[in-house]
Design a protein around this ligand. Structure first.
Ligand code: GLN
Length: 486
């Protein structure tokens, strides 16, 4: 009975806790032991908070005893190290914040705390969420539990690998251009990026503020619904948070998808798509048809500009957001003869190569004389991409596509080639530009045994549609039941 909590879903573990078959303290201890024994092989955690986790587990026990449990009470979670946690180091995978202890909780963390969840610690990521492999972390890369010579994806690679390897029950990540969905796909777990504005960004360290969203990485679709429910909703502390009530995300799980119109955008199946990924996704489309969905071909004609548009807008916003790391207010402070030198030395020592590259690109794109040619033009293309989605969703309820063009790649394979790395996000970036939700759900394995994901995208606030379709697909397949040889 004491074995195997770590592989349970949120809903199953919650049922056991509710029946008193196991206590929140026992579960937390088991997870902490597993992390201690096994995480060295994967490097998914930057900080494990043993004392904090134990205190939260005690609190969860008390809630359970008082009959005040929520679906997350006593559930051990891992948080991507980009959302601030009161009193617990938050590094963003960067040297510049290596010793930063936030004085407050991000809105999502506060909500989860209230719900009685247990935070095991903070998990690894590409520095400031810039990357697709976690190789840009100042704390060393994480590894893919399906094969440790391969990357887990990024930037929420620590989250995805920890969920896949049962080093937490579920995790929260952030997605600016694919950072929840791509690592979920590469590690064989479920990853949901909500609609822009669905989840508060208060306390999420900003990368590109018009694109960033927090969302769940989980072992199963139902868990994604449960976690989203806990964090979704309006927050007056985030002016971009939508004053729109969240529906019941579990209500439509198990409802059939007969007659659901699923759009297949032809631009997502062209050159550059790995044949094994193409085959797995096409088989997934067959499965959806078998469940009664109606596939229709649609077109998103501006897709080919998405990567270029994103890498102008995201770096421009990043260059502005990262100006706050100056060695004065918080974080690393280097020595210098005068203020300017303190700034320059702090930033040179604190930021890694990719972050510096993006700050320079973004500063250039925003500079006088270039703004019109780059930032303004990219904003205009973004509007066209959004319109493509609006037109598509007049024809269908959800869109089905690959998540990433290839399965996981080898550690080191793309580190010296930023452009190839940027192309890892070719299928996920459009959803961020359009502000729409997207989910990655396991749909197959490559001949090397590496996971492949199916992406479903929906209209603004269409999370319930995505969850319904993803759940139907998951229940009809058994990819999510396979465990990595870890
Ligand atoms: N890989 C993309 C980038 O490097 C997306 C990152 C993200 O979604 N945070 O910007």
């Amino acid at each position: 009975m004491r074995e195997g909590f770590h592989s349970l879903s949120i809903s199953r573990l919650a049922a056991r806790l509710a029946r008193g078959e196991v206590s929140a303290v026992e579960v937390t201890e088991a997870m902490l032991t597993r992390i201690k024994e096994r995480d060295g092989e994967l490097n998914t955690y930057i900080t494990v908070d043993e004392a904090g986790a134990r205190a939260m587990a005690q609190e969860a026990e008390a809630m359970l005893a008082r009959g005040e449990a929520t679906p997350l009470t006593g559930i051990p979670l891992a948080l991507k190290d980009v959302m601030v946690t009161r009193g617990l180091r938050t590094t963003c995978g960067s040297r510049i914040l290596a010793n930063f202890i936030p004085p407050y909780d991000a809105a999502v963390c506060a909500r989860l705390r209230q719900a009685g969840a247990v935070f095991l610690g903070k998990v690894n990521m590409d520095e400031f969420a810039m990357g697709s492999s976690t190789e840009n972390s100042a704390f060393g890369p994480s590894r893919n539990p399906w094969n440790r010579d391969y990357i887990p994806g990024g930037s929420s690679g620590g989250s995805a690998a920890a969920v896949a390897a049962d080093l937490c029950i579920a995790s929260l990540g952030s997605d600016t251009g694919g950072s929840i969905r791509q690592p979920a796909s590469l590690c064989g777990v479920v990853g949901l990026k909500p609609t822009y504005g669905r989840v508060s960004r208060y306390g999420l360290v900003a990368y590109a503020s018009s694109l960033d969203q927090i969302g769940p990485l989980t072992k199963e679709v139902r868990d994604a619904a449960i976690l989203l429910q806990a964090i979704a909703g309006h927050d007056p502390k985030d002016s971009t948070s939508a004053p729109v009530p969240a529906p019941d995300y579990q209500e439509r799980l198990g409802r059939e998808i007969k007659g659901m119109k699923i759009g297949v955008p032809r631009e997502f199946f062209g050159a550059g798509l790995d044949p094994e990924v193409a085959a797995a996704v096409k088989e997934a489309l067959q499965t959806l048809t078998g469940l009664g969905a109606e596939l229709i071909e649609v077109s998103l004609p501006h897709t080919e500009y998405a990567v270029a548009t994103y890498y102008v807008l995201a770096v421009a916003e990043a260059s502005s957001n990262l100006a706050r790391y100056d060695g004065v207010k918080y974080g690393l402070r280097a020595d210098g003869k005068n203020l300017l030198e303190v700034y320059a030395q702090t930033r040179a020592q604190g930021f890694g190569a990719e972050v510096r590259r993006r700050i320079m690109l973004g500063t250039y794109a925003l500079s006088a004389g270039y703004y019109e040619a780059y930032y303004k033009k990219a904003s205009q293309v973004r509007a066209l991409i959004r319109r493509d989605f609006e037109a598509a969703f007049r024809q269908c309820r959800v869109l089905a596509t690959p998540v990433a063009p290839t399965p996981a790649f080898r550690l080191g394979e793309k580190v010296d080639d930023p452009l190839t790395m940027y192309l890892s996000d070719i299928f996920t970036i459009s959803a961020n530009l359009g502000g729409i939700p997207g989910i990655s759900v396991p749909c197959g394995f490559s001949s090397r045994g590496l996971p492949i994901g199916l992406q479903l995208m929906g209209p603004v606030f269409g999370e319930a549609d995505l969850l319904q379709a993803a759940y139907a697909f998951e229940q009809a397949t058994d990819f999510h039941r396979r465990k990595p040889p870890f």
